[in-house]
Design a protein around this ligand. Structure first.
Ligand SMILES: [Zn+2]
Length: 249
């Protein structure tokens, strides 16, 4: 059992929240009850996750994608009202950490994704140091990396194989980080792995010879929230469960 404010303060310092410029607020986005005993972690504060957390008896939810984003009109109507109403009606705290959770060197999405894939970063690159890069760790070429991704994440990535060069350095950044491709190349990557692809990256891969793998936004961001949830559970003596709401995107 822990007080909500203890958890908020611990997360702010552990994730160095103040160091990031982000698209939404990082921290306690919805205030629920003052004490937390049962924590549910998940990728996105969707209605499905909120409903599953209610069934589970959660008094707090910890997510990577919260409810409030730059560009939204700020009105509490429609789908946003539904989600917020459910949380308030059940007195559930909502903790959300976006870029600080991608970046954390141990518990973050990138660190945990690397661990799943057998990759370890020895350097960082890109805006706010969000990109991870390290040795290819026995993966001979881009198809071998794609096969590892398919096996570990349970879905076949979209692969632009580049020029077939042997892999020495692999770079990765979870989620919608296709815009980091050029920074990854500048950092020395032979292959770059992220969640999504946009039209320009296909050309860049063909023209530079550097492989590009789009492995799913959700699929690449499934590991930070449960790692952070387990960390909180151990530190504060909470019950914790990660609930995965499948998402094909
Ligand atoms: Zn994301």
């Amino acid at each position: 059992m822990a007080q909500r404010e203890e958890i908020t303060a611990h997360l702010a310092s552990e994730l160095a929240v103040d160091r990031f410029k982000d698209y939404g607020p990082n921290g306690l986005q919805i205030e629920g009850g003052p004490a937390v005993q049962t924590l549910v972690s998940g990728v996105t504060a969707s209605l499905a996750l909120i409903d599953a957390a209610i069934v589970h008896g959660a008094d707090a939810i910890l997510v990577h994608h919260g409810l409030f984003w730059r560009g939204h009109d700020g009105c509490l109507s429609g789908w946003l009202r539904q989600r917020v109403a459910r949380l308030l009606a059940h007195d559930i705290n909502l903790f959300a950490y976006h870029l600080p959770l991608d970046a954390h060197a141990e518990l973050g999405n990138n660190a945990q994704l690397g661990r799943q894939l057998g990759l370890r970063a020895d350097a960082r690159f890109g805006e706010q140091d969000l990109g991870f890069i390290g040795a290819a760790a026995g993966l001979a070429d881009a198809p071998a990396l794609a096969a590892r991704v398919a096996q570990v994440l349970g879905r076949t990535p979209l692969l632009l194989p580049g020029d077939g060069r042997p892999l020495r350095r692999v770079a990765w950044c979870s989620g919608g980080a296709q815009g980091y491709f050029e920074a990854a190349m500048a950092a020395g990557a032979d292959a770059f792995l992220t969640g999504e692809i946009s039209e320009p990256q296909a050309h860049l891969s063909r023209e530079t010879g550097v492989a590009f793998l789009a492995c799913g936004h959700h699929a690449t961001e499934r590991y930070g929230a449960p790692a952070l949830g387990a960390h909180l559970a151990e530190r504060f003596g909470l019950q914790h469960r990660f609930i995965d709401i499948d998402n094909p995107a």
